[in-house]
Design a protein around this ligand. Structure first.
Ligand code: 6PG
Length: 242
């Protein structure tokens, strides 16, 4: 297992570092496999990364395939849609559009939408296939993607996508599952801000309790290849910083 921790001075520095890493990983994937299959994180942290990436990228985006790590069960033009955030921050700035495999947040039946996404991923990757990179955030409760603490979706051992309720009951979500993310060549976590310092210390240095801190399924798994990109504020309570 390789866990590379990179600490940047501030969110702008983290965005720069993240774009540099994504450009290297994307270039390598395209050179080796002829395409770059990347799953994107939602939430607020990645927005600045995506906007800078659209400005600075040198990749051949006709060879990039974008998948989603999770989605809120809302229409794609809804303000809370991860697709909408990606469209506004990344896609709008690209001269050449990638292939996009979108989670159907608008579907009436989230369980069927999850089945459809599982099928679409197997079609895209082949059943023994894999994504090259998964970009992931981490929530204050230790969730990643929409893998929330003690959720039934944590126990999905085969399908690559599941539906799950948001902890506050506000909406259903679709999420890649533990097997889907563990089957990815490189996991790339990004986190900024002092409000993530406690959860990062618990996830990385506290007792192993992945049911309570689902990001531990990935950040504490010796078999995986993980980059953790932080700013100083998020890294402030870690003993280990590289
Ligand atoms: C989502 C994300 C989620 C996010 C974390 C961190 O749909 O919200 O996929 O897993 O990455 O909640 O969110 P912030 O970047 O907003 O802190």
């Amino acid at each position: 297992m390789t866990l590379y921790i990179s600490v940047s001075p501030d969110p702008a520095g983290l965005a720069e570092r993240s774009v540099d890493v994504l450009e290297v990983l994307g270039g390598k994937a395209i050179a080796q496999y002829g395409r770059f299959v990347l799953s994107l994180a939602g939430g607020s942290t990645p927005r600045a990364v995506y906007a800078l990436w659209a400005e600075k990228t040198q990749l051949d985006w006709s060879k990039v395939v974008l998948v989603f790590g999770d989605e809120r069960c809302v229409p794609p033009d809804h303000e809370q849609s991860n697709y909408n955030m990606v469209a506004e921050s990344l896609l709008a700035g690209l001269a050449t559009q990638p292939t996009i495999v979108r989670m159907e947040g608008e579907a009436e039946d989230p369980v069927q939408a999850a089945r459809n996404y599982d099928y679409a991923l197997h079609e895209l990757l082949g059943s023994d296939g894999f994504m090259h990179v998964a970009l992931l955030g981490i929530g204050g409760d230790g969730h990643t993607a929409s893998l929330f603490p003690r959720a039934a979706a944590l126990n999905e051992g085969a399908a690559w996508c599941a539906s799950t309720p948001a902890p506050d009951g506000s909406m259903q979500r679709l999420t890649l599952t533990v097997p889907a993310l563990r089957n990815t060549r490189k996991l790339m976590f990004i986190a900024t801000g002092a409000d993530k310092a406690d959860v990062l210390r618990r996830v990385l240095e506290g007792p192993l309790e992945p049911e309570a801190l689902p990001a531990q399924f990935f950040l504490r798994d010796e078999r995986l290849n993980v980059n953790l990109l932080l700013d100083e504020a998020a890294a402030a309570k870690l003993n280990r910083r590289e």
